[in-house]
Design a protein around this ligand. Structure first.
Ligand code: AMP
Length: 181
């Protein structure tokens, strides 16, 4: 990184730190929820975050967003890059034939789905979400992209909760987080 790039990165990190709100004990006791709605409501901050998520991926065919907050970010990134947007949704919400992937949560399990025809063979796909926590959701999404015949070009999030070790579940996944806490 050049001095200018380092300064820009720390400005962006400061901006995210100032606009993401901690909500203790939501949605359950013991969890600190990272609420990005103040950041979404700030036009300059939202633009800076979308620009950073969209930068430096080389040619991309699709941007996949993880329900629900990932949709907002991924669709904005896709518009900026002129790529298509693909929703990765919770079980039962997509109308067409889907691939499904189940994964373990801290308590219980979850299933996410993508349309079987969402990608053409070999397409390069960027996965976007708001928060990387244990990495289970991103790992399952990457698996869905591969099962649907496409290639994972990278995984981008605004915020990475480092203490949960999600990055270790995504080896070779080319993970970029704009802020690590
Ligand atoms: P994980 O699969 O554990 O990496 O969880 C990531 C998914 O759950 C993302 O879609 C996040 O939106 C959401 N998530 C997990 N933990 C948090 C948190 N502390 N604050 C906000 N969202 C979270």
């Amino acid at each position: 990184m050049t001095v200018g790039e380092t300064a820009a990165a720390s400005t962006l990190a400061d901006l995210i730190r100032a606009r993401v709100r901690d909500i203790p004990d939501y949605p359950q006791p013991g969890v600190v929820f990272k609420d990005i709605t103040p950041l979404l409501a700030d036009g300059a901050a939202l633009t800076a975050v979308v620009d950073a998520l969209a930068a430096d991926h080389g040619a991309l065919d699709k941007v996949a967003g993880i329900e629900a907050r990932g949709f907002i970010l991924a669709a904005s990134v896709a518009c900026q890059l002129g790529s298509g947007f693909v929703p990765v949704r919770k079980q039962g919400r997509l109308p067409g034939p889907t691939f499904s992937q189940s994964y373990q949560l801290e308590y219980g399990s979850a299933t996410i789905e993508v349309h079987q025809d969402a990608f053409s063979p070999g397409e390069r796909v960027l996965i976007v979400d708001d928060v990387l926590a244990t990495g289970g959701t991103a790992e399952a999404t990457a698996e869905l992209v591969r099962r649907a015949g496409a290639e994972v070009a990278g995984i981008c999030v605004i915020l990475e909760l480092e203490f949960l070790g999600g990055r270790a579940r995504l080896p070779g996944g080319n993970v970029r987080s704009l802020l690590v806490v």
